[in-house]
Design a protein around this ligand. Sequence first.
Ligand SMILES: [Fe+2]
Length: 182
Amino acid sequence: MKPIFTLNELINALSQSSKDNYKTIFKNLVLDKNVLDEYLNWSTKKYVRNGIYKSDNFELILLCWEAGQETPIHCHSGEECWMYLIEGEIEEVQYHKHENGDVEAKGIRKIANQQQAYINDAIGLHKLKNNSKGRTISLHLYAKPIESCSYFDEQSKTFIKKNLSYDTYKGEILSSKTVSSI
Ligand SMILES: [Fe+2]
């Protein structure tokens, strides 16, 4: 398989393949930050979810993280998730969910430039954080698209269901949250 240099090449490859090939397609990614220009939006309040493409079978989201921004501990609603680091560094902590609802950290790793990661609910829950001093950009592929997920609320120690939305889609700002393209 040829290297994939652009988002159009990636979307075409994913659209023409079954999910079995998504891993191989992601392994052939050679995406430079420059081809993502129109999707790069940032916020000082929270990492920004920039939707690139969504079909019945998959969605592609570019996450832009300021230093220190993080997700809560969350599941993936029975779907699969591949992540590709464009720039910067993400720290991933994986968790096991006990039957009584407790969560327990079971591993931590760093994903840096051009590296990849994969998770599904059988592997466990996870939390992602830009623990570096600079900005981080990560590309996420979900199959199928995830409309809602449960996240662990640290204060109440319970899981809360949340509907997921994009802050921007195809470059258009949708969220009232302060989003800056600088
Ligand atoms: Fe995730």
